[in-house]
Design a binder for this molecule. Structure first.
Ligand code: COI
Length: 355
């Protein structure tokens, strides 16, 4: 445990009604910050009023995108208690990701403490309507002003918090997804397995193009052969073919989603078969033609689960489950949000009560 002094904001910002929150548009009164300097290590953990950072224009995050983040939710339960969903997993993912990003080691328990202390201070900002949350965004950025290409020797670790509603404007309505043959999200050996800001920058062009053609997001294929399913939008991907659930294996280009792992556990506990391995586009098209493509859904912290109602690939259009949310997507959503909201017993120790 580290000491985290708190400098309180002089005033509290006005609150937005839960129904108008959207995703990531409003931020609480305070943020956590900690500095790193080579030779000194991480120091000066603190919580201070939320506000802009002062960065040199040559900072490595601005020039070469040396930035890593995570995202998790604090949820107000039906009993009024605030729960974090698997904060240890999120803290560990950030702590592991630093190696790939040439950032200094950071202890997962310091990351978790920082997130927990911020939620404790900002507890009044945790919304209470169903399917709202306080979304936490722990982030590490390189701040050294230097234009040579090498790892920064100065960093900031900060945590900000945003009261959120649904991630997708469509809510739980199934989305139309474009199978992207040309642009890729991340090659094996690239940054795809860590939550690097650059992965999301890389996704913007194809996502924008898909939107112009009436699709909500893209389904990413592997970078080498453009043949195998990888992720959908910013989410991990599951398909159900003839009663068997399949999701791409974590082999270097796919993010190890906390929701992904929770869903694999739930499905197996429910007696379903889950296979982690390659899924070819051709198999999806064949399964659809045979009427065996039961469900396709994306999974992630922000939206939890997002059903795919239609896939577009070239001239082909594949409608899934009559464009209605699939029964398993609904069951998983109910179970996961039930555990998060304290409606369903947390038998696996996934939630941590704060306060
Ligand atoms: C998530 O599904 O939680 C994500 O990673 C999306 C986030 C970048 C907003």
């Amino acid at each position: 445990m580290i000491d985290i002094p708190i400098q309180r904001a002089a005033t509290s910002k006005p609150r937005t009604p839960d129904a108008a929150l959207g995703f990531g548009q409003y931020f609480t009164d305070h943020m956590f910050l900690m500095d790193f300097h080579a030779g000194r290590g991480w120091h000066d953990a603190r919580i201070q009023p939320y506000g802009p950072l002062s960065l040199d224009p040559a900072a490595s995050v601005l020039q070469y995108a040396q930035t890593l983040f995570d995202g998790l939710k604090a949820i107000r339960g039906v009993d009024g208690k605030i729960r974090l969903f698997r904060p240890d997993r999120h803290a560990a993912r950030l702590a592991h990701g630093v190696e790939r990003m040439c950032m200094p080691t950071i202890a997962a328990d310091i990351v978790q403490q920082a997130m927990t202390e911020l939620v404790k201070l900002e507890h009044e900002w945790v919304p209470s309507s169903p399917n709202t949350a306080l979304y936490l965004r722990p982030t590490i950025i390189g701040t050294e002003p230097f234009l040579g290409v090498r790892p920064s020797r100065e960093f900031i670790f900060f945590v900000i918090a945003s009261p959120v509603g649904a991630y997708y404007a469509e809510g739980f309505n199934p989305v139309s997804i474009w199978i992207e043959d040309e642009c890729v999200r991340a090659p094996r050996g690239g940054l795809g397995a860590v939550k690097a800001g650059a992965n999301y920058a890389a996704s913007l062009y194809a996502a924008d193009r898909a939107k112009k053609h009436g699709f909500a997001q893209v389904l990413w294929l592997d970078a080498a052969e453009h043949k195998y399913l990888e992720e959908v939008g910013t989410m991990n991907l599951f398909v159900e073919i003839d009663g068997v659930f399949r999701t791409p294996a974590l082999e270097g280009s796919i993010l190890a989603g906390v929701t992904r792992s929770s869903i694999i556990t739930l499905l197996r506990d429910w007696g379903k078969e889950v296979v982690e391995g390659p899924i070819a586009v051709a198999e999806i098209e064949d399964a659809h033609a045979r009427g065996k493509l039961d469900e396709v859904f994306g999974t992630g912290t922000a939206a939890v689960i997002s059903s795919v109602g239609e896939l577009g690939h070239g001239e082909k259009r594949m409608v899934i489950n009559d464009k209605k949310p699939g029964p398993m997507a609904l069951r998983i959503f109910d179970e996961l949000t039930g555990i998060q909201q304290g409606r369903i017993a947390d038998t696996r120790g996934w939630t941590v009560t704060v306060g």
